[in-house]
Write a new protein. Structure first.
Length: 148
């Protein structure tokens, strides 16, 4: 009986881990949009997080992306890879450390023309101390980490 319980438990764990595997792009449940509904292009054009407009959106890479202007939507449509956050918008520091974590729009870095997001202010401070090292580690983890 105990071995049956162990088999059922293992099967349940495998099923749940598959059901809750990370998606290629982080989407907040409340915003139901990539990077919590913020305009990814605005990070590059305004150097700050700008909330997207629910009327200006585009489906890309399995996620809904919101934009603050038609111009930004058009820029993204023309070159999505240029504007998408690295590591699907998950916390770059977490990815570097072998796990996934959500990110908050206000904790961002544009480094070598790429957007990186972090989970919190304290994580962001750690990230800034060795961006290049963390990026190297995160690149070795991504995208394999989302299929774990």
């Amino acid at each position: 009986m105990k071995s049956l319980f162990n088999i059922v438990s293992l099967a349940l764990i495998l099923f749940l881990s598959e059901a809750y595997a990370a998606k290629p792009v982080y989407s907040d449940r409340r915003a139901k949009a990539a990077i919590r509904g913020y305009d990814t292009v605005a990070y590059f054009t305004e150097n700050q997080p700008v909330k997207g407009d629910k009327e200006l959106w585009l489906e890309h890479n399995g996620a809904k992306w919101l934009f603050s202007s038609q111009e930004n939507l058009d820029k993204f449509k023309a070159e999505p890879e240029k504007y998408m956050p690295q590591f699907g918008g998950y916390c770059a520091y977490a990815i570097a450390n072998g796990s996934t974590a959500s990110s908050k729009p206000e904790f961002f870095t544009i480094h070598n023309d790429k957007l990186y997001l972090n989970f919190s202010k304290s994580v962001y401070k750690k990230w800034l101390k060795d961006k290049d090292g963390y990026i190297k580690e995160a690149n070795s983890e991504w995208p394999g980490i989302i299929s774990k």
